[in-house]
Write a protein that binds this ligand. Structure first.
Ligand SMILES: Nc1ncnc2c1ncn2[C@@H]1O[C@H](COP(=O)(O)OP(=O)(O)O)[C@@H](O)[C@H]1O
Ligand SMILES: O=P(O)(O)OC[C@H](O)CO
Length: 504
C-alpha cells in the first residue's frame, strides 16, 4: 500500500524534500541551503551539481525521518525556482556554466538593445511578459554568446537547456543514460520562449534570441506521469507525476482553482498570483500573464502575476551584509522594539524594480534618515518594504480586475513573522490568512503528482484538505495606512533613473 507522496522543492536559497500524507499534512522533510555565488555586482549564480547533490541528500533525509522506503510512495512531484537557467552536456551530464539565477541582471545590455527596437512590451502578446533580465531567454543567449564553443554544440543537439525542474527530472530519470528532457507549461511560460496560446516554443522568439530548438525540453502538462525514477536512486521506479514552477505550485497548494482566487508567497521574493481561468488576461498595469497550471489534457488555466524581486532577500541582506541581526527570525523582535519606522523607508531595488514598475534603472535606497533613526527603525522599514511592495501589486491587480481584493491567502518562509503579517493586513486593509500547512509550494507539487496517479481523486478532494491556520485583521486607521503608502511611493520615485552610463 503506497501511503504517501513526496515533493521536491528546489528553491532559490534551499532545496527541500517533503513527504505528505493523504490529508496533505507534512510527515517528514529534508532541507539544505546551497551557495549563492556572486562573482560581481548584479551576477547571481548557483552550482547545478551542488543542487543535485542536495536534492539527493534531502530525499534520503526525508525518507529516513519518516522511516519509509520508495515502496511507500505513490508519486513524486517537482517544484522549483523559476527562470533560473542551466545548460549541460547531454552525454556527460556536465553543466557548461553555473546556473544563471532569476535575479541576475547581467543581460541588461541585451534587454536594452531589444527594447530600443519596439519597447519592453513588444513580445507581451506572444509570451505575456515584458522584456526583462528576469526571464530565461536572455540568460540562455548569454551562455551561448559567452561560453566558448557552446553555440556550436547547442546547434548540434549536444547540449540541453533547463530550469531546475528539468535538471532535477533529467537527473532523477538517469541523466546521460536516457534521462527525460521535459518541463511543464508553467515553467515554460517563464522562459519568454513559449507562445501562451499554442503552449509550444515560439519560432519567432527562438529567432529573436538566437536559441536553437534542439536544446529545449519538451513542454508537458503540470500533472501527468512523465516517467519513473531510474538508476540507483532511493526513489527508483516511483512515478514522477507533477511539475509546477514554485509560485504556480503554491497557488495549487492554496487550492486557488477558481477564477478570482489568489495567493501571495513570501520567500526570497514575493509573488502574488490571481487565477483567471481559461482566459489569458492582458494586464494594463504592469502584471505578467502566466500559466496557472494544466492538468493532463484539460484546458490550460491562466493567471495574472505580480512578481516582487526582493522581500525575504532584504532580511537576508540585513543579516549577512550589515550584521544587524544574526538570524532572519531575529528581525521580528528588533522591529517590534519600536512603534513605527521613525520616518525611514527602505526600497530594496537591488536588481531594479519588478512589478508593477519594471524599472531596471532603479537601485536600492533608504530615505527619510535623520539622527533619530536606529537599527530598529531600519528593521521595521525592511519589513514594511514587503508590505508596501505587496500594496503596489495589489493596486495594479485591482485596477486590472476593477474590483477590490477581499482577503489575501499567504504562505512561504516570511509568513512565520507575525509582526510582518500584521503590517501586511494594516497596509492592505484586508485580512491576511495563513493555512495550517505553510509549505504550500511543496504541497502543490505533491497534489499535482498525487492527482495524476489517483492518490487524490479530484480538485474537490484537495479543497477539503485546506485549513485556516491564522488570520490577521487590519488594526491600523485607514488614513494612517494611506499616509504611509504615499510616503513609500515618494521613496520609490527617488530610486528611479539611478543607473545610467556613469553608474552600472
Ligand atoms: N521570521 C522571518 N522574518 C522575516 N523573514 C524571514 C523569516 N524567516 C525567513 N525569512 C526570509 O524568508 C526567506 C526564506 O523563505 P523560503 O520560503 O524558504 O524562501 P525560498 O523558497 O525563496 O528559498 C529568506 O529570504 C529569509 O530571509
Ligand atoms: O525560490 P523562490 O521561492 O524564491 O521563488 C523564486 C521564483 O520562482 C522566481 O520567479
Amino acid at each position: 500500500m503506497t501511503r504517501y507522496v513526496i515533493a521536491i522543492d528546489q528553491g532559490t536559497t534551499s532545496t527541500r524534500a517533503i513527504v505528505f500524507d493523504h490529508a496533505g499534512e507534512i510527515v517528514s522533510r529534508g532541507q539544505l541551503e546551497h551557495r549563492q555565488i556572486l562573482p560581481q555586482a548584479g551576477w547571481i549564480e548557483h552550482d547545478p551539481e551542488e543542487i543535485w547533490r542536495n536534492t539527493r541528500r534531502c530525499i534520503a533525509e526525508a525518507l529516513a525521518q519518516a522511516d519509509i522506503t520508495r515502496l511507500d510512495l505513490a508519486a513524486v512531484g517537482i517544484t522549483n525556482q523559476r527562470e533560473t537557467t542551466m545548460v549541460w552536456d547531454r552525454a556527460t551530464g556536465e553543466p557548461v556554466a553555473n546556473a544563471i539565477v532569476w535575479q541576475d541582471t547581467r543581460t541588461q545590455p541585451m534587454v536594452d538593445a531589444l527594447a530600443a527596437d519596439g519597447g519592453v512590451d513588444r513580445f507581451r502578446e506572444i509570451t505575456g511578459l515584458p522584456l526583462a533580465t528576469y526571464f530565461s531567454a536572455t540568460k540562455i543567449a548569454w551562455i551561448l554568446d559567452n561560453v566558448p564553443g557552446v553555440r556550436e554544440r547547442a546547434e548540434a543537439g549536444e547540449l540541453a537547456f533547463g530550469t531546475p525542474d528539468t535538471w532535477v527530472v533529467w537527473r532523477l530519470t538517469g541523466g546521460p543514460d536516457g534521462g527525460l528532457h521535459v518541463t511543464d507549461v508553467t515553467n515554460a511560460s517563464r522562459t519568454m520562449l513559449m507562445d501562451l496560446d499554442t503552449l509550444d516554443w515560439s519560432e519567432e522568439m527562438l529567432e529573436v534570441f538566437g536559441i536553437p530548438r534542439a536544446m529545449l525540453p519538451e513542454i508537458r502538462s503540470s500533472s501527468e506521469v512523465y516517467g519513473v525514477v531510474g538508476g540507483q536512486s532511493l526513489l527508483r521506479d516511483v512515478p514522477i507525476a507533477g511539475i509546477l514552477g514554485d509560485q504556480h505550485a503554491a497557488m495549487f497548494g492554496q487550492v486557488a482553482f477558481e477564477p478570482g482566487e489568489s495567493k501571495g508567497t513570501y520567500g526570497t521574493g514575493t509573488f502574488l498570483l490571481v487565477h483567471t481561468g481559461e482566459t489569458r488576461v492582458r494586464s494594463e498595469h504592469g502584471l505578467i500573464t502566466t500559466l496557472a497550471y494544466r492538468i493532463g489534457d484539460a484546458p490550460a488555466q491562466y493567471a495574472l502575476e505580480g512578481s516582487i524581486a526582493v522581500t525575504g532577500a532584504l532580511v537576508q541582506w540585513l543579516r549577512d551584509n550589515l550584521g544587524s541581526i544574526r538570524s532572519a527570525e531575529e528581525i521580528e523582535e528588533l522591529a517590534a522594539s519600536v512603534p513605527d519606522n521613525g520616518g525611514a523607508y527602505f526600497v530594496p531595488a537591488f536588481s531594479g524594480l519588478f512589478a508593477p514598475y519594471w524599472r531596471p534603472d532603479a537601485r536600492g535606497a533608504v530615505v527619510g534618515l535623520t539622527q533619530y533613526v536606529t537599527k530598529a527603525h531600519l528593521a521595521r522599514a525592511v519589513l514594511e518594504a514587503t508590505a508596501f511592495q505587496t500594496k503596489d501589486v495589489v493596486v495594479a491587480g485591482e485596477a486590472d480586475a476593477g474590483v477590490p481584493m477581499r482577503a489575501l491567502n499567504v504562505d512561504g518562509g516570511m509568513t512565520s513573522n507575525a509582526l510582518l503579517m500584521q503590517l501586511l493586513a494594516d497596509v492592505l486593509q484586508v485580512d491576511v490568512v495563513r493555512p495550517v500547512v505553510a509549505e504550500t509550494t511543496a504541497l502543490g507539487a505533491a497534489y499535482a503528482a498525487g492527482l495524476a496517479v489517483g492518490y487524490w481523486d479530484s480538485l474537490d478532494d484537495l479543497r477539503d484538505n485546506w485549513r485556516e491556520g491564522r488570520r490577521w485583521s487590519p488594526a491600523m486607521d485607514p488614513a494612517e495606512a494611506a499616509r504611509l503608502h504615499r510616503n513609500w511611493l515618494k521613496a520609490v520615485a527617488r530610486t528611479l533613473d539611478w543607473v545610467d552610463d556613469d553608474v552600472r
